[in-house]
Design a protein. Sequence first.
Length: 84
Amino acid sequence: MEKYATMIKENLNAGKVLCGIAVSLSDSAVSELVGLSGYDFVWIEGEHGALDRKDIQQHMIAALLVVLLLWLNWEIVTLLLLEL
């Protein structure tokens, strides 16, 4: 996760525009779909919506799983390319 946060910071410092979506629906599948759709971040908007602590936690877990899934896939692809 720290690797992903560092990438976000580097892109912002480089002046790149990042694209994300604010999520206020209670279903954590929304955060998962946003992550899989290629957005740079998911903003879990709990201040103005009806999300409780449990909903926010589920969104965070879903977002983390997407980051780990994408990272693991990238690591596997890198290893496979190095073996060629």
